[in-house]
Design a protein around this ligand. Structure first.
Ligand code: SF4
Ligand code: SF4
Length: 60
């Protein structure tokens, strides 16, 4: 199963990953993105590519 990590030090809560992920892995909590449903992750890497802060890492 893929593992999705968000670095809270880098995340500024822009919401791009929430709009980008096709299976709604991310939720905003206290203005930080949290990979709340990472069991749904398809490892498409779209969030990693789109995050302007480089805060997301997806590993398979
Ligand atoms: S796209 Fe990056 S900076 Fe924006 S909310 Fe998601 S993890 Fe945070
Ligand atoms: S790799 Fe794709 S499916 Fe997985 S969290 Fe990122 S955008 Fe969503």
């Amino acid at each position: 199963m893929p593992e999705v990590k968000v670095d809270p030090e880098k995340c500024d809560g822009c919401g791009t990953c929430i709009d980008t992920c096709p299976v709604e892995v991310f939720e905003l909590k206290d203005e930080k993105s949290v990979p709340a449903k990472q069991e749904e992750c398809l490892a498409c890497q779209a969030c990693e590519v789109q995050c302007p802060a480089g805060a997301i890492e997806v590993t398979e």
